[in-house]
Design a protein around this ligand. Structure first.
Ligand code: AMP
Length: 177
């Protein structure tokens, strides 16, 4: 377990940007955290320690910021990394789902046959807001008969209730607002 002081250091590296990308949204900018190796390590350690010893076959990272944390976490957990991407980016045959975010409507795609049947999957993104994005990624996983064992986020915007959208799934976060 990381100390409260250590986690507070990581939290201090998250920058609030008001009214981005649209008026009324307080954007949680993780680029200052990425710029500090110690803060990046803290986040990865905190997430990895919850899953080491549990069998994870694949980490699904959501484009784009979920790639940064999901890729690093997959390497630490000795799991595959599978990207969930915005439409038209994946080269091979893909599945697509539509969903709502805090500030837009969007679609996600995943390569077909990228998750093995019964595979244990972790869905990773930087921020849990309303939960629509993570739920869409999970739907792509379950369509391939993978099992979403947990959702892992760097930041949970708890006041938006995204966790309820993912229920009864297990939701882990490093930093909460
Ligand atoms: P949602 O589907 O509402 O849970 O939104 C989650 C997705 O939108 C994640 O990929 C986040 O990167 C992004 N997102 C939503 N709200 C914010 C926010 N306030 N700050 C930063 N990213 C956000």
């Amino acid at each position: 377990m990381l100390s409260a002081e250590t986690l507070a250091y990581a939290k201090s590296k998250i920058r609030d940007i008001p009214d981005f990308p649209t008026p009324g949204i307080l954007f949680k900018d993780i680029t200052p955290l990425l710029a500090e190796p110690r803060a990046f390590h803290i986040v990865l350690d905190s997430l990895a320690e919850r899953f080491i010893g549990e069998h994870v076959d694949a980490v699904v990272g959501v484009e784009a910021r979920g790639f940064i944390f999901g890729g690093a976490l997959a390497a630490r957990l000795n799991a595959s990394f599978v990207p969930a991407r915005k439409p038209g980016k994946l080269p091979a045959e893909s599945d697509r789902v539509s969903y709502k975010t805090e500030y837009s409507t969007a679609e996600l795609e995943m390569h077909k046959a990228s998750i093995k049947k019964g595979g244990r999957v972790l869905v990773v993104d930087d921020v849990l807001a309303t939960g629509g994005t993570a739920r869409a990624a999970a739907e792509l996983v379950t369509r391939q008969e993978g099992e979403v064992v947990a959702y892992a986020f760097v930041i949970e915007l708890a006041f938006l209730g995204g966790r309820n959208v993912l229920a009864p799934g297990r939701v882990e976060h490093v930093i909460s607002y």
